[in-house]
Write a new protein. Structure first.
Ligand code: PLP
Length: 395
């Protein structure tokens, strides 16, 4: 699309040309306020309804169960905060150690006393070396003190998919609200909310070829919900603020495309990802897959190249116009492995050299061939100049 070989689609995606075209008229031509009484506003409201329908069709829910937000982070905040306080006795939130900060930091803030938090106690469930949760651990955590459980559908760093439908059933059996952050899952794996016990689900437009700045929250009919943004009566009193119509139309179109392209994600994108992964693991010594080999999104491969820095690999890939991301976050000058890598117990030498490749339907076979050609010599070169790499080569 831009000349770059873009393998960083879990960070953000290109806006699909069909999406750009669909939203265009809503900047200058159909700019009415969907809440207005006049026909000019009314026709805009109909397009918002269509978008809601398109999102609902992708999720397998009723359109009135979908509310539009500004991003995945807002959806996560709104969902978790809405569940509180249930009762003075239900003081626990159950989540996992590998959630996105949009969930983890929201939960941690809710541990603080009023007026910032609700004095909650947060249980962050551990994962194993494959990034998987233990269902018995979840069962043990779900006692009568729990107000809400928030567990992601798929992990942004490793692509590991959690058994969210089974967890939702466990919560329903115990009368506990269940929210899932499905920001990375929507459009990549089939989701049918008509057939599962999820109460709330977050999604984000810019992860599925809509623009940045729009998201949605599914709230099951009958689920307790208190608005996060207070003001006007938009979104049936559940999210105040004049609707960002061009963005909402874009999200609707992106969901319609995602529904049609789900097979492509499951087959062609998966095949490209598998080809890349297999070739790199075969041609680079001391390379290991992070995450579960099977229970994973079809587009994500997270590979550790031991004894070298992920940032150096990224910079050298960048010289070839290849975009990926690393499992370390550069904070205060030191390269700390991400909380996900730490939760999985990945050794420092491997976590530092972890690279996430995340593909999309716009990637081609030729692009993958190029990465397979370019990356192994980069790894060899970096190992030669790495003191750890030279030591490891001697042993
Ligand atoms: N949840 C997950 C799993 C994500 O990967 C992200 C973004 O990376 C978010 C939430 C936040 O979404 P947004 O960028 O739309 O706020």
């Amino acid at each position: 699309m831009s000349g770059a070989i873009y393998l960083d689609n879990n960070a953000t995606t290109a806006v699909a040309p069909e999406v750009k075209e669909a939203m265009e008229p809503f900047w200058t031509e159909f700019y009415g306020n969907p809440s207005s009484i006049h026909t000019f506003g009314g026709q805009v409201a109909r397009h918002v309804d269509t978008a809601r329908q398109q999102v609902a069709e992708l999720l397998g829910c009723h359109p009135t169960e979908v509310l539009f937000t500004s991003c995945g982070t807002e959806s996560d905040n709104a969902a978790i905060r809405s569940a509180l306080p249930v009762s003075p006795h239900r003081k626990k939130i159950v989540t996992t150690r590998v959630e996105h900060p949009a969930v983890l930091n929201t939960c941690r803030t809710l541990e603080r006393p009023a007026p910032i938090g609700f004095d909650m106690r947060v249980v962050e469930l551990p994962v194993d070396q494959y990034g998987e949760l233990s269902l018995p651990d979840i069962g043990n955590a779900l006692d009568e003190d729990v107000a809400v459980v928030s567990i992601m559908w798929a992990n942004n760093e490793t692509g590991v998919v959690f058994p969210v439908e089974r967890i939702a059933d466990m919560c329903r059996d115990r009368g506990i609200l269940f929210h899932t952050d499905a920001v990375q899952a929507v459009g990549k794996v089939p989701i049918d909310l008509s057939n599962c016990a999820v109460d709330m689900l977050s999604l984000s437009g810019h992860k599925l070829h809509a623009p940045k700045g729009v998201g949605a929250l599914y709230v099951r009919h009958g689920c307790r919900f208190q608005p996060f943004l207070i003001g006007g009566h938009q979104e049936r009193n559940r999210r105040a603020g004049t609707e960002a119509v061009p963005m909402i139309v874009a999200l609707g179109k992106a969901c319609e495309l995602a529904r049609r392209r789900l097979d492509d994600e499951q087959t062609r994108v998966r095949a490209l990802r598998d080809k890349l992964e297999k070739a790199l693991l075969a041609s680079c010594p001391d390379a290991k897959l992070n995450g579960h080999p099977d229970h994973r999104l079809p587009n994500t491969a997270n590979i550790s190249f031991e004894y070298i820095e992920g940032e150096s690999i990224l910079l050298m890939l960048d010289e070839h116009g290849i975009c990926a991301s690393s499992g370390s976050a550069c904070t205060t000058g030191s390269l700390e492995p991400s909380h996900v890598m730490r939760a999985m117990g990945i050794p420092y030498t491997a976590a530092h050299g972890s690279i996430r490749f995340s593909l999309s339907v716009y990637n081609s076979n030729a692009e993958i061939d190029k990465v397979i050609e370019v990356l192994p010599p980069i790894i060899r070169r970096l190992r030669e100049i790495s003191p750890f790499g030279r030591e490891a080569a001697k042993t």
